[in-house]
Structure formats: structure tokens, C-alpha cells
Design a protein around this ligand. Structure first.
Ligand SMILES: [Zn+2]
Ligand SMILES: [Zn+2]
Ligand SMILES: [Zn+2]
Length: 531
């Protein structure tokens, strides 16, 4: 049905009953919706009690001053628009009893220096005692004083006040009444300033309450979002620590200059990061406790193994620590006490040590096969007689099996995911997974990185070794160490032997001579077979 809203058809008594419960701003809006409402609501006698009642219900609001009607007061207080152009305007010029947007400055305000000349000629100490004046930012009346940085302040009056004073003055000019006018003006202006002081207090209280509501609302929003991110448990743990809770609150409130949705978006990664770092720290403390126990158990078990001599290469505690099976044991604090952990680990360690050895050896073999082309498929790459590694870290040469325990294999390598930035500089919004925290805690706790053979190069000397094997009459891609142990052939390095002393070398001592004396940048050896 198109037509007048049903409210217009209601009897006056019903309307009055409804109006009685309205907020002053609702009444202001009603004065603007229809002529009928307007003439009723602005009727001094009939509607006064409605407005007075509505204003009274506003908590701690100063009473309507004598120089404003109740509707004008309500309009000034609550109608958030410029009094001239009706564009949005949050700032009230209390002394001037107006709202003036930045665009209407020249139409509604007069700078102190632009006041009519008679004003200054009147016998008065301060012009502000005759005309109510307000201080605004040179950036515009809508820029709040608190937002002003490096801005000049201007003292202004309203055009309406200046015009009124002008007319009054013209009327009494050069008559004895002019003195009365000054007294009257001083009194009226003083009344305005006194009321303004009360209004400012009230405005600050309202702003404070609003700010608190917004902060509380934001806190609820943020907490909900963080809970959705799986950080609820960490939030719970904050409650027990007053100083950390305060730090957390500050992170929320710090963003409060503009309590908008977008500022909430900005603060969320910060808060998330704060909680993640805390969680990581708490977890790290617990983990490193367990790691200490693990280090003792591993060292004892390895000692027993070494006595048996069943295995030649053993992992460090950090390698055992990073095995997924051990990680599961350590990560289950609620089901496993420290004692139970020691028992379980002692039981599981022997097969784990052997499994690690198999895995590490396998990885090294894969690395050799990948780097050296043409190795016979039937041959174990690590058994090759021609195998010499070069360490890309320290540039030393190493042979198998000692290569498995070369110290650089426990040095930091840059292509591994566990090499992380320090926790504090972790990028905002970047979540550290429990696995990452675990690995970082292990690296910090054991002060070394896990075993990683990619630092070794098997192809560092390929061409020169092949030359040696050619002299020995053997195929470097299939000859294994065992074949060569019994090999009777001896060689000499012609480039290093003098005319008097000639070195006689087995294949192994020849290899060592090669990598020590004929490495990069030096000439290749010239081999001769010793007959
Ligand atoms: Zn305006
Ligand atoms: Zn090295
Ligand atoms: Zn030589």
C-alpha cells in the first residue's frame, strides 16, 4: 500500500504516549518529517514537557540553558549535521551553539581579527567577554583539538552572534543605554561559558563511555577471532598472568584512535603473533626439559652399542629427537610422565639407532648415485674404491664411512625448512606450526642442527680420480674397496717425485695424495705404474 505511514493516522493521545518515550534526537527528526509534527513539537506550551522529559532521561546531561529552547538544545546536542549545509558534522562549537562543517567556515564563522571595529573600541578588557568565542583548528572547525599536530589555533565567533551584537549596538549607539548593553552582553556571555564548561565535562564522559564500550566490543570480537584461529587455550593461560594480560590489552587498545573494522584487521595479526610467540615459548620450555632427558638416554644407549661394536656410526641426540616416533612420545605430556618417557625411550632406542643408521647411509648412497653418473647398478655406491667426498662447507676431503660423522653435517644449512628466523622477528600473521616450534626448540636445546649430508660433494674430484683409476687399469664406476685391498699394483706421482726419491703408492695412498696435492687450482697428477 502506497500512502502516508500509518503513524500519521494515529490519534494525538496515542502519538503523545509514543513521543514520551523517544530520545531527543528522535524528536528532532520528527520535527523534520511533517509540518503537522513540526508545528506540534515546536509548540512551546504543548510540547515543552515532552522535550524536557526526553532531555532529562539523558544521563548527567546539563540542564537546558535559558538562552536556548529545548528543541534547539536537543538539535545542537544530537543532530549530527552542519547547521548550514546539513552535511555530516560531529563537532559541536559549544560556545557558538552551532555545528559548522569545514566547508561552511566562511559562512558561519568570523575570525577575532575580522570583528567589526566598534567591538574593539568599546571599553572592555577582552572582546571574548562580549561575544562568545570558540577556538578552532586552522584546518577547520571539524578538526578536533586532540587531533591537531603542528596546526595553528584560531579564535572565532559565529556570524549570527556578531550580527546580533551589531544590531544591538546600532540601536543604543551614542546613548546612555550603550553601557547597559555592555553589562547585559557580559552577563549573557558569561552564562554561556559557564554552561559550556558543564557541557564539555558531559561530552568527555559520553566519549569515555563510548570508548570503553568500543574497546570492550573490540576485545570480544578479537577474542572470538583468536579463538577461531585455535589460540583459545593460549588466551586462557593469559588470565593467570596479570602483566602479560595488560600487555595483551595494550595491543588491543593501542589501535583505538580509530575504532573501525579495518583497524581491527590490522591489530589481529599483531595479537596473533603475540599469542603464537607466547605459546612457542611455553612449549619450548617444556620441550627442552624433555630433550635433556632424551640426551642422557641416547648417550647411555649409544655407549652400550659402542661396546658391542655392532654399529659404526651413531646419530646425535638431536637426530633421535627429530624422529617422528620420538616426537610423538615427547608431545604427549598428558599421557606420559618423565619416568614413563625414559622407560619408553630406553626400550625403543636400539631399533631407532639402527633405523637411523640405515636411513642416513641410504641418503648418502642416494647422494653419491645422483652426483656420479654411470655407477654400476649392482654396486653399492658407498663401497666404490674411487669415492672421495669434498665438504662444501670446510673444503676438506672425507671418505666413507667417516663422512657420515663429519662435523659439518651438523652445521646450519640454508635449504632446510627448520632454519628459521628468530621467533621474535617472525613475520606478522605467520603461524608457526607445532612441528616448526619443536624443530626450533631442538636446534636451540642441542645447539646443533640435525644430520644433513647435502653438504657433501661426491663429484669434487671425479675427473682426476678417473685418471688415477685409468693408470691402475680399473673401472672407477664398478670397482669396490674390497677388490682393491688385494690389488698388487703400485703407482707413483711423476709430477711430485724428484729424480732421487720416488713415492710408491697403493690405490688408497694415491687417492689421499691426489686430493691433498692436486686439488682445485693445482695441476693434475701424472701417474706412472711401478713395475
Ligand atoms: Zn556546512
Ligand atoms: Zn666440512
Ligand atoms: Zn703428486
Amino acid at each position: 500500500m502506497v500512502g502516508k505511514p500509518v503513524v500519521f493516522g494515529l490519534p494525538l493521545e496515542v502519538l503523545l504516549e509514543i513521543f514520551w518515550y523517544l530520545h531527543p534526537l528522535d524528536l528532532v527528526y520528527l520535527t523534520r518529517v511533517s509540518k503537522l509534527f513540526r508545528s506540534f513539537l515546536l509548540h512551546r506550551r504543548k510540547a515543552k514537557s515532552l522535550w524536557t522529559g526526553a532531555l532529562k532521561r539523558i544521563d548527567r546531561l546539563p540542564q537546558c540553558p535559558s538562552y536556548l529552547s529545548e528543541p534547539a538544545y536537543a538539535n545542537l546536542l544530537f543532530w549530527p549535521f552542519c547547521h548550514r549545509c546539513h552535511s555530516s558534522c560531529d563537532v559541536i562549537q559549544w560556545e557558538l551553539r552551532i555545528r559548522c562543517c569545514n566547508g561552511c567556515t566562511s559562512h558561519m564563522l568570523v575570525g577575532q581579527e575580522m570583528l567589526p571595529s566598534f567591538v574593539n573600541q568599546l571599553s572592555c578588557l577582552d572582546v571574548r567577554q562580549l561575544i562568545p568565542m570558540s577556538v578552532i583548528s586552522s584546518a577547520g572547525p571539524c578538526v578536533r583539538h586532540t587531533d591537531i599536530t603542528n596546526r595553528k589555533l584560531l579564535t572565532v565567533a559565529s556570524h549570527a552572534d556578531v550580527n546580533k551584537f551589531n544590531m544591538q549596538y546600532k540601536f543604543v549607539k551614542d546613548s546612555p543605554l550603550s553601557n547597559d548593553l555592555i553589562i547585559h552582553r557580559e552577563k549573557a556571555t558569561e552564562e554561556i561559558y559557564q554552561h559550556v564548561a558543564l557541557c564539555r565535562i558531559w561530552e568527555a564522559e559520553v566519549a569515555g563511555r563510548r570508548r570503553k564500550e568500543l574497546v570492550d566490543q573490540r576485545k570480544r570480537d578479537v577474542v572470538e577471532k583468536l579463538q577461531n584461529l585455535g589460540l583459545g587455550d593460549e588466551l586462557e593461560s593469559l588470565l593467570s598472568d596479570a602483566s602479560v594480560l595488560k600487555e595483551f590489552d595494550n595491543l588491543i587498545v593501542r589501535q583505538d584512535q580509530e575504532l573501525t573494522d579495518s583497524s581491527c584487521q590490522v591489530s589481529l595479526p599483531r595479537l596473533q603473533n603475540f599469542l603464537e610467540i607466547r605459546r612457542a615459548r611455553r612449549l619450548t620450555v617444556y620441550l627442552q626439559d624433555r630433550f635433556k632427558i632424551l640426551a642422557v638416554v641416547v648417550s647411555e644407549t649409544v655407549k652400550a652399542f659402542k661396546n658391542d661394536k655392532t654399529n659404526t656410526v651413531f646419530p646425535h641426540a638431536i637426530d633421535i629427537c627429530l624422529l617422528s616416533e620420538v616426537r610423538c612420545m615427547i608431545n604427549a605430556p598428558e599421557v606420559m610422565s618423565a619416568e614413563a618417557f625414559v622407560d619408553a625411550l630406553t626400550l625403543r632406542l636400539p631399533p631407532l639407532l639402527l633405523a637411523w643408521n640405515r636411513q642416513a647411509t641410504g641418503q648418502l648412497a642416494d647422494l653419491v648415485r645422483a652426483q656420479l653418473c654411470g655407477i654400476d647398478n649392482a654396486v653399492d655406491p658407498l663401497a666404490l674404491a674411487a669415492l672421495v667426498f669434498r665438504c662444501s662447507n670446510c673444503r676438506l676431503h672425507v671418505t666413507y664411512p667417516s663422512a657420515l660423522t663429519h662435523p659439518c653435517l651438523y652445521a646450519k644449512t640454508f635449504d632446510k625448512p627448520w632454519v628459521q628466523l628468530p621467533m621474535e622477528t617472525t613475520a606478522l600473521g605467520r603461524t608457526m606450526s607445532p612441528v616448526e616450534i619443536y624443530e626450533k626448540a631442538a636446534i636451540e636445546g642441542f645447539e646443533m642442527h640435525p644430520w644433513n649430508c647435502t653438504v657433501l660433494e661426491a663429484d669434487g674430484y671425479t675427473k682426476r680420480i678417473h685418471n688415477l683409476f685409468q693408470a691402475l687399469g680399473r673401472d672407477p664406476n664398478s670397482t669396490v674397496v674390497n677388490d682393491m685391498e688385494s690389488c698388487p699394483i703400485r703407482v707413483t706421482c711423476k709430477s711430485c717425485s724428484g729424480s732421487r726419491n720416488r713415492m710408491i703408492l697403493t690405490y688408497r695412498t694415491a687417492l689421499i695424495h691426489l686430493v691433498r696435492n692436486h686439488s682445485d687450482g693445482k695441476n693434475d697428477a701424472v701417474w706412472g705404474v711401478v713395475v
